[in-house]
Every structure is written in structure tokens, then in C-alpha cells.
Design a protein around this ligand. Structure first.
Ligand code: G4P
Length: 521
């Protein structure tokens, strides 16, 4: 029997060290984990540097870049889709956000809004994903609650609507005032947060003498917030105007159950999705899903390739024959897997909001739709403006065949964008990335997986704009710009800097020079 309990599918966006792994573990502790298989990152993996991230990815298979943790809470199935935790950002992270219905922005109370959080937030805003905010590490000294509210308002232009308000300042955490019920949720420090933290709820008249002073401050501030209309409004939250805020200590397990309750109470359900031709697919219609990530080489012995898809509509059942919208060809899904951790398990059924992995579905690319019944094709997963460019060449010319095959595979997976032009020929493709770490992943995988060492040579371009055939012709031979074609057919004009891009656009008003969504700084 398919498990048709309601779904919540979300991701945590944060800067490294804000406490995402700690929160994930705490969530798993509070809920009943359906599939654990290494999906929760161990403590030792947390402080991953660039190099050990790749070693880790190999050692742990898919769990680093694509763990999705599925658990049951209050009769809901919750899918926590992991965003890669390394400090550099890459296109992967953004793609993951196309698979979720909401996001939790995790903020370190001591640090405020950090660069990576802001970048990820921008992607949420672009995609209309509602964002809930959790201020973490309230058990230790940090900024004041009001300062943090100002930062959110200023830096991301979302109106914070606190659902809880801290009693005691950061570092002197007594608990929170639940602004919806007026109760005091008292916090008790536990050793290492190893157990579920006892959260004691009490009415205002039960607040003990020792907490009286911070409690009255919290009540005053709560009243000020009320006057300021900083109260939760579901419609404004869903339309991306406001962000509900909670205060927590993931390490101490405080606020974690409150976050789960919040997800159930206000985060959106998987909803109807519109295809490129305007057709709307309701979640109860026939099965459909779109691929948001492709990964291979997780298991060197098997050369497997896994396409991760988010179910949009209908019930998926293993063995179902689905149609690939891109080619119109049917394929059997006998090897569908759940993709939680290294020890993948066969998935028997999946519902809208769930993430499934298709094994060795060679035809599937990022952005592709698969369906049953009436045809549907979902809009492509957006690609972001690359800001780093290199030319690539085979380090060992005797292995050119492997080089080509590797580049093609990594291109299909979306590890980097591969650009070509007649002028440059096929031997030295240009690789374009949103974050420079994407090149390191290419280097590592080319060497170890495709047995073809690769050499990069940096190109001086920094800005890419979308153009067309006429634009390419008009820009040919101009200084400081070069037009190349991406493998999806998009023509990109690369400029040495923003200034050159602007001047060219100003001097050639008839040429198409469209900005792409900015991912990087
Ligand atoms: P990340 O996945 O976002 O990168 O962060 P992670 O959970 O690894 O947490 C980063 C550090 O912050 C860890 O400390 C973790 O223990 C600490 N931390 C997370 N949540 C809280 C919290 O609510 N309160 C406090 N005080 N600390 C918190 P570390 O010293 O880097 O590692 P560890 O030795 O404690 O594992």
C-alpha cells in the first residue's frame, strides 16, 4: 500500500558552521526516521575542507551531495533534502532548491546573515520558495534578537514575524515566549543535547521568580512586535513577503520540535505545477516527476548513474513504465531507488514531494520530465550565470578518448557548463562554473574516474550574457568579448568584466544581451 500521508519537502539553507548537521541530527532524533542509511552526517564529517569533501563523497557515495532524509512526524512524511555543506557553492546547491516546497534559513545568532545564506536565500526568492528562519545557537552569546530582526529586514527585505521570542538574551537562554499562545516554553540544558530536551510549557502566571525579569522583558518586546504588526500572516508568508522566525539551540535540542510543528502547520504542501505549455498538473493526476540532479561514479565497481527526480504528481510505483518527455520514449523503472545515503534501497512507491533515484537511466538529464498518461514537460531547472571560466585540455594526449567521454559525462550531469565554438574547436572546450570548486570536482573525477588527467588554463572572462545567432555574428571579432555555445544550445557572450558588458550593450542596442540569474557574489 502506498504511503499517502501528507508530505512536507524542504531544505535547510545556511552558511557552513551555522549548525545544519546538528539540526539535521536533532530533527532525526525527534522524528521517526524511515530511511537512515548514512543520510545523517556524522560529527567527524562536519568540518569538511574542499579536499576531504571529495574524498568523503567517494567514501560515502551519494550521501554527501544528495542525501535526502525522510521521516515521519505527527502523521506527516517529511523529506529533508540536503544542500551540499561545503563552503564553496556550486550549481548543485541551486538545483536542489528546485526540488523543495519551502526552506529553513538557519542563522548563527553570533554571526548574523552570512554570505552563503544570502546567496541561497536569493535563489529561494527567485523561485518563490517561502522561507522560515531559525536563529540558532541561542545558548551562547550573540547579537540581540532585535538586532537580528533588523538584519533580516535590511539584508533580505523580508519582514520577520517571530513566532517565538527569546526569554533571556543570547548566552543566558531561559526559553522562549510562544507568541501564538502566550506561554513560556522553558529550556533545560542537557548534557550535549544527546536526548530530547525537556521543554516545559507554562502559563505566564506560572513563570518562576528566577525567570521573572527576562520574562517581563520578553513580554514587553512581544507587545512592541504586536504594535509593529510583526505577526505571522499565512498569505504574506506564502507570497514571500515575510519570514516566520524561531529561536533555537540545535545542539541542545531546543526548538527542534517547535520547528517540526511549524513545518506541519505553515509550510506549503506539494502543489499543482504548470508545464511549459501552460498545462497544469495537479498532485492527484497521473504520475510525473522532474530530474533535478544526475550523478554517476558513486560506485566505481558498477559505474552506476543515478538521476534524482522529485515526484510532482501521482503515485510512483516501482516497475512503472514512464515516458521521457524529451525523447517521447518509454522506459521501465524497475531500478528505481530511494536515495538516502550510500546504501540505497529499492523504492516501492513514492508520492508528490518525495525524491526518487532512477538507476542507469542514461537518457535522463537535469531538468527532464518523466510522466505517465497525458504528456507534460516542466520548465527547465534554471542555470545560473557562470563567473569562472577555464579552457580544458587532456593532460595525456594518448587518453583523448577518455577525456572526451569524461567531459561529455560531466556536462550531462551538470557538474560544469561546457562551452564550445568553431574557432576554438573541440579539443579544448571552455568550462564555465558558478563556483570555482566545480573545477576541482572536474579535475578529481577526470583523473580518478575517467583515467584522463586534465589541464586547465584560466580565461580572463567574468561575465556571461545570453545572446542569439545575430548577436554572435555582430560580436565576432570584437575586443573583450567572445561568444560560445553551451551544450543545451544557449549562446553565451563572455566579457572580461561588467563594464565591458555594459558598454557593449549600450553601443549595440539591437543585440540580444540578456543577464542570466546571478548565483555567485
Ligand atoms: P554545519 O553543518 O552548518 O556546518 O554546522 P555543524 O552542525 O557542524 O555545527 C558547527 C558547529 O556549531 C559545531 O561545533 C556545532 O557543535 C556547533 N553548534 C551547532 N548548533 C549549535 C548550538 O545550537 N549551540 C552551540 N553552542 N553550538 C552549536 P564545532 O566545535 O565545530 O564541532 P563539534 O566539535 O562541537 O562537533
Amino acid at each position: 500500500m502506498p504511503d499517502t500521508r501528507p508530505r512536507r519537502t524542504f531544505a535547510v539553507i545556511s552558511h557552513p558552521d551555522a549548525g545544519k548537521s546538528t539540526l539535521t541530527e536533532a530533527l532525526a532524533l525527534h522524528a521517526r526516521v524511515i530511511t537512515e542509511a548514512g543520510a545523517v552526517h556524522g560529527k567527524g564529517d562536519r568540518r569538511a575542507t574542499v579536499s576531504d569533501w571529495m574524498a568523503m563523497e567517494k567514501a560515502r557515495g551519494i550521501s554527501i551531495t544528495s542525501a535526502a532524509l525522510q521521516f515521519v512526524y505527527r502523521d506527516h512524511v517529511i523529506n529533508l533534502v540536503d544542500t551540499p555543506g561545503h563552503s564553496d557553492f556550486s550549481e548543485d546547491t541551486y538545483r536542489v532548491l528546485s526540488a523543495v516546497d519551502s526552506a529553513v534559513m538557519l542563522v548563527d545568532a553570533g554571526k548574523g546573515l552570512e554570505p552563503q545564506t544570502l546567496k541561497l536565500f536569493k535563489v529561494c526568492a527567485l523561485r518563490g520558495i517561502p522561507v522560515m528562519t531559525v536563529i540558532n545557537k541561542w545558548d551562547r552569546p550573540g547579537l540581540s534578537a532585535l538586532e537580528l530582526m533588523d538584519l533580516i529586514q535590511e539584508k533580505i527585505r523580508l519582514r520577520p514575524t517571530p513566532l517565538t521570542w527569546p526569554v533571556g538574551e543570547a548566552g543566558d537562554f531561559r526559553g522562549v515566549l510562544d507568541r501564538r499562545t502566550g506561554e513560556f516554553v522553558k529550556y533545560t540544558r542537557t548534557a550535549g543535547g544527546a536526548t530530547r530536551a525537556p521543554e516545559r510549557r507554562m502559563a505566564p502566571d506560572q513563570v518562576e521568580e528566577a525567570d521573572a525579569l527576562p520574562w517581563s522583558t520578553a513580554v514587553e518586546e512581544h507587545e512592541l512586535l504586536e504594535l509593529d504588526e510583526a505577526d505571522h500572516d499565512q498569505a504574506r508568508f506564502l507570497s514571500g513577503e515575510t519570514t516566520p522566525v524561531m529561536f533555537a539551540s540545535a545542539l541542545q535540542n531546543f526548538g527542534v520540535a517547535q520547528l517540526l510543528d511549524l513545518l506541519l502547520d505553515i509550510a506549503p504542501d506539494p502543489s499543482a505545477t504548470t508545464g511549459v505549455d501552460g498545462t497544469v498538473r495537479d498532485t492527484t493526476d497521473d504520475f510525473s516527476a522532474f530530474v533535478f540532479k544526475v550523478q554517476s561514479g558513486m560506485n566505481n565497481a558498477h559505474r552506476d548513474r543515478l538521476a534524482y527526480a522529485r515526484v510532482v504528481s501521482g503515485t510512483f510505483e516501482r516497475g512503472m513504465v514512464v515516458t521521457h518527455a524529451g525523447t517521447g520514449k518509454p522506459f521501465a523503472t524497475k531500478f528505481a531507488q530511494s536515495v538516502f545515503g550510500r546504501d540505497t534501497a529499492a523504492v516501492e512507491s513514492a508520492e508528490p514531494g518525495d525524491i526518487i533515484g532512477f538507476v542507469n537511466a542514461q537518457a535522463l538529464r537535469v531538468g527532464d520530465t518523466v510522466y505517465v498518461g497525458d504528456p507534460i514537460e516542466y520548465p527547465p531547472v534554471p542555470s545560473f550565470a557562470p563567473e569562472h571560466f577555464v579552457t580544458a585540455s587532456a593532460g595525456d594526449i594518448g587518453r583523448y578518448k577518455q577525456f572526451r567521454r569524461g567531459i561529455e559525462q560531466l556536462d550531462q550531469e551538470g557538474v560544469v557548463q561546457v562551452l564550445r565554438s568553431d574557432l576554438r574547436g573541440d579539443q579544448n572546450p571552455v568550462l564555465a562554473a558558478v563556483g570555482p570548486m566545480q573545477f576541482e570536482v572536474v579535475e578529481d573525477r577526470m583523473t580518478n574516474e575517467f583515467n584522463s588527467p586534465i589541464r586547465f588554463s584560466r580565461l580572463d572572462y567574468q561575465v556571461a550574457r545570453r545572446t542569439d545567432a545575430d548577436g554572435a555574428a555582430a560580436l565576432a571579432g570584437k575586443r573583450g568579448v567572445e561568444v560560445l555555445e553551451r551544450s543545451d544550445g544557449t549562446r553565451l557572450a563572455l566579457f572580461v568584466d561588467q563594464w565591458r558588458a555594459q558598454v557593449t550593450a549600450r553601443d549595440n542596442p539591437d543585440i540580444m544581451l540578456e543577464a542570466l540569474p546571478a548565483g555567485g557574489a
